[in-house]
Design a protein around this ligand. Structure first.
Ligand SMILES: [Zn+2]
Length: 155
């Protein structure tokens, strides 16, 4: 009688321990799932911003690809800009508004002084670089020579 009772109690205790173990595994799995979901969301939400911030440092002193720049705002873009052909030359803009600005103020938008020599150049033919490290503003150069002279002078 006493022996049977003990066995019953033991069984009960074993079940409680197993339940506790099961609950702990469930809790850990659930936490991992939540952490993973949040990480993926954060990654996708901030990926572009992270890349954009990184480029403002990494591209300093280097030639910037034209499709990363808006030639109306003269700045680095988060997303690729679109080519617009005007007067036989290809310009890049971030939006329709910026593209319209070229059409309406052609001389003001398409031409700019070389940031080292001061010669007037067409943005479509220019080499593009960052004005300052860590900032999105860009500057334009007539050729590789003025391009490298600009960055050497600022070292
Ligand atoms: Zn723009």
């Amino acid at each position: 009688m006493n022996n049977r009772k003990l066995t019953k109690k033991e069984l009960q205790e074993r079940r409680i321990t197993e339940d506790k173990k099961y609950n702990r595994i469930l809790l850990i799995s659930f936490s991992i799932l939540i952490v993973l979901t949040v990480s993926v969301l954060v990654f996708y939400t901030y990926w572009c911003d992270t890349k954009y911030a990184y480029r403002q440092y990494a591209l300093y002193g280097k030639e910037i690809p034209v499709d990363l720049v808006c030639m109306s705002g003269d700045n680095l873009q988060i997303h690729e800009s679109s080519p617009v052909i005007h007067d036989g030359k290809t310009y890049y803009f971030c939006s329709q508004n910026c593209c319209n600005r070229l059409r309406n103020h052609y001389r003001k938008v398409a031409f700019i002084p070389d940031s080292f020599s001061g010669d007037t150049i067409c943005k479509a033919d220019a080499l593009i670089g960052l004005r300052n490290r860590g900032e999105p503003q860009v500057v334009y150069f007539k050729n590789k020579k003025t391009f490298s002279q600009y960055y050497e002078a600022r070292r």
